[in-house]
Design a protein around this ligand. Sequence first.
Ligand code: CO
Length: 136
Amino acid sequence: MKLLNLDHVAIAVWNLDAAIAGYRDRYGVEPLWREVVEAQGVEEAMLPVGGSFVQLLQPLTPDSPVGRFLERRGEGLHHVAFAVVDIEAALDHLRAEGARLIDEVPRIGGRGARIAFVHPADLAGTLVELVELPDG
Ligand code: CO
């Protein structure tokens, strides 16, 4: 297992436009892109900070995972995402370690990346996303 870098920190928000405007005004960062990821029930914006991103997540519906998170916990840190070279190998390693996986097999996330989540109850109360970016 080798993590390449901290790909992004994801923050759940009620209103993506308002959150983007806040980041622009407070911190001077602009989204590089935004997209609807139907499979995850979110619209997301990616704000570059150094070699990583802040990912702002707005739920598409109240009964989506991020919608339920907001209902329970309010806005705030949702997950951290680490880039890996080989997500299958990373999942094999985590499985061998007895980690509590949410995704047994990778699915497709934003940017066409292959992603998989590890349950927050597995380690330190943090939802972890592994990201294997498409080539280039
Ligand atoms: Co993410």
